[in-house]
Design a protein. Structure first.
Length: 231
């Protein structure tokens, strides 16, 4: 089936894009950025908050970044996001390696197609897990930013807007979801086609047995009839 190798190739390409997006979203300092509202309209610098550092971008495009001195400085959602995004990177890497091992040209499992299909299915599940571990922290941070933005009790200077890293994370999660679905659908389709010939062979064998039985039944009366005539 020509569509099966194409699906595997597409999943590898999308997996690489997903890995790049996950790494980029994790490293980018723009998870939360300053909101220019109210008194902040005249501020000449912009604050970026990321998982590992915060940066100040001044009006003359000069950027100064500082790594966080302690993990406790981060808000709970950013602390969770740091851990989950690192898990996402590891999961995507493992998913890509599993997908490569499950290809037909790989020496893993020899020529056992059934085991390779199982390996690819595991890779698809891993991609879906990486989608969740990417989507959860990005959506959590985004929800917190939006909630605080519309909270009247939060002063304008502390309100933030959605950073570019969040949009990269959402796009990456969508790519990882599509990759996992492609792998699982392809494996399911191929396993169904492999089961079909065995079912057909069983049906043909049953028909042959039925034919032999009918021939035997047809011969038995004739032989008895001849025996009676002879007597």
């Amino acid at each position: 089936n020509a569509s099966y190798p194409a699906a595997i190739t597409a999943s590898l390409v999308l997996g690489f894009i997903g890995l790049s997006g996950t790494i980029a979203a994790t490293a980018m300092p723009m998870w939360r950025v300053s909101a220019f509202i109210g008194a902040n309209l005249i501020v000449m610098e912009e604050l970026w908050e990321g998982l590992w550092m915060n940066c100040y971008r001044q009006i003359n495009i000069r950027i100064q970044c500082k790594v966080y001195d302690s993990l406790l400085i981060l808000s709970p959602e950013l602390q969770a996001a740091r851990g989950l995004m690192c898990v996402s990177i590891v999961l995507v890497l493992i998913s890509m390696l599993i997908t490569i091992c499950g290809t037909q040209k790989s020496n893993c499992c020899g020529d056992n197609t059934k085991e390779k299909n199982i390996i690819l299915a595991i890779g698809g599940v891993m991609y879906l897990l990486s989608c969740l571990t990417t989507l959860i922290p990005v959506s959590w941070v985004g929800h917190t930013v939006i909630r605080n933005f519309y909270n009247p009790e939060v002063v304008d200077s502390e309100k933030k807007e959605l950073g570019a890293a969040l949009f990269v994370g959402w796009g990456t999660a969508a790519i990882l979801l599509i990759t996992g679905i492609i792998l699982l659908y392809s494996c399911n389709k191929r396993m169904s086609k492999e089961k079909q010939p065995s079912i057909d062979m069983h049906l043909m064998a049953d028909r042959d047995v039925q034919k032999e039985g009918s021939v035997y039944l047809e011969r038995t009366p004739s032989s008895l009839h001849k025996h009676q005539e002879y007597v």
